[in-house]
Design a binder for this molecule. Structure first.
Ligand code: SF4
Length: 404
């Protein structure tokens, strides 16, 4: 099967030229594009036009129309969000991303690696809170060989005890297809990997000092390797590392590639946005404004209606409330984004990977209930493909007959 890397160079130049040639659509043109977008999959060139709404300072009217249009189409009377509980397993990292507190260059970072017994205690904390879909999060920790990852996944699967709706996800650096086959056999349901950016020059600027992560080409095919092993995938860019318009279009191109090749696309787009770290602002030219961020979320929905967007605790709850739609993934606690965080007694987020807004369940659920939004804590259905578990509104068929 062709991998994403086999079409990357062509896509890269196409997307770059669309962005050079595109212009911001008027109100009427925006409406025409949106109507076309629910009838058939919009081309990348047309999606590039809609993304201009996030870059233009005077496009608030068009953005409002876009938001209203998407809500009309993808927010039923009662909406369901899918909850994922991240459990951090290790903060030891050989890589050196400048935007991360776990970077190998941060000599004062607090490092911890959970033993299997400690992992079990964390999982029990999460289960007590009714959360049944668990993401194991690792930095690039060389201690975690495939065999060890298999043991950790198998332990969580055992603790979930075959309860309906439960599942385990894994967030590590890229792995081999053989590793994913072994992890799938241990009961893994899917992987989470953000591509960070698919702008290769920006990627090199950010990641060339990282011994493992610098492998741009190897990394970009990781979703292919996982899907070929039968796993589900979350993909996404880290907004702020490069031009957000380029990153959104490349993520959509990748999602469409995966849907064509494997009969199912990613179940969710990650929407992480770079934030100041340890009180320091990165002052980037590629900083993504709220308008650009919200436009990106809308474009993802229009382009791939059956993939959710993962609304992040890095954003404020108010912003997430404004943007959420049926089928989105939502997380309000991240175990303080560090190993052992669910058992921590102290309130401050000391030693976490990055800054987050952790919230109390009662508060979140009451605010969501005011909007007829519920959280599903056990939403995985292994009997059905991911897409059939989600609302059928807005499904698209590709020429090859795949549902997008
Ligand atoms: S983002 Fe991941 S790979 Fe990069 S420094 Fe942080 S933990 Fe390591």
């Amino acid at each position: 099967m062709p991998l994403f890397s086999s079409i990357f160079s062509e896509l890269e130049s196409q997307v770059s030229s669309f962005l050079t040639e595109t212009s911001c659509p008027s109100l009427q043109q925006t409406e025409e594009l949106l109507l076309e977008g629910v009838e058939e999959s919009l081309s990348l060139a047309n999606l590039a036009r809609l993304l201009q709404l996030g870059a233009a300072p005077d496009a608030e009217e068009q953005r409002e129309l876009f938001r209203h249009f998407v809500r009309q189409h993808w927010s039923p009377t009662v909406m369901y969000l899918r909850y994922i509980a991240p459990i951090y397993v290790s903060s030891f990292c050989i890589d050196a991303c400048p935007y991360c507190n776990f970077s190998a260059n941060r000599r004062t970072a607090i490092r911890r690696r959970l033993s299997l017994e400690e992992l079990e205690r964390e999982v029990r904390q999460v289960l007590e809170r009714d959360m049944r879909v668990i993401e194991l999060v690792y930095a690039t920790d060389p201690e975690f060989t495939t065999d060890l990852l298999v043991r950790y996944v198998a332990k969580v699967v055992e603790l979930l005890d075959g309860e309906p709706g439960t599942g385990v996800l894994l967030c590590t650096e890229y792995l081999t297809n053989e590793a994913y086959l072994a992890l799938r056999d241990a009961g893994l349901w899917g992987i989470v990997q953000w591509d960070e950016t698919l702008d290769r020059r920006a990627y090199r600027r950010w990641h060339s000092p990282s011994p493992q992560k610098r492998e741009f080409e190897l990394r970009m095919d990781n979703h292919d390797r996982a899907m070929a092993a039968g796993l589900e995938v979350a993909t996404g860019a880290l907004f702020g590392l490069a031009d957000f318009r380029y990153d959104v279009l490349m993520q959509i191109a990748k999602a469409r590639h995966l849907a064509e090749q494997y009969g199912r696309g990613p179940f969710v787009f990650g929407t992480a946005r770079l934030k100041p770290i340890a009180g320091q602002n990165l002052h980037l030219q590629t900083e993504v404004s709220d308008g650009a961020y919200e436009t990106s979320l809308l474009v993802y929905k229009l382009a791939m209606p059956n993939a959710g967007r993962w609304l992040q605790t890095r954003e404020t709850f108010e912003l997430n409330l404004k943007n959420l739609l049926d089928g989105d993934v939502f997380t309000y606690r991240c175990g303080e984004v560090r190993p052992g965080g669910y058992q921590a007694s102290e309130k401050q987020l000391k030693g976490g990977q990055f800054g987050v807004n952790e919230l109390e369940r009662d508060y979140v659920e009451s605010k969501l209930a005011e909007r007829n939004v519920r959280i599903s804590y056990a939403w995985i259905n292994p009997e059905k493909p991911v897409y059939s578990a989600l609302p059928a509104v807005g499904c698209r068929k590709t020429q090859a007959g795949h549902t997008l």
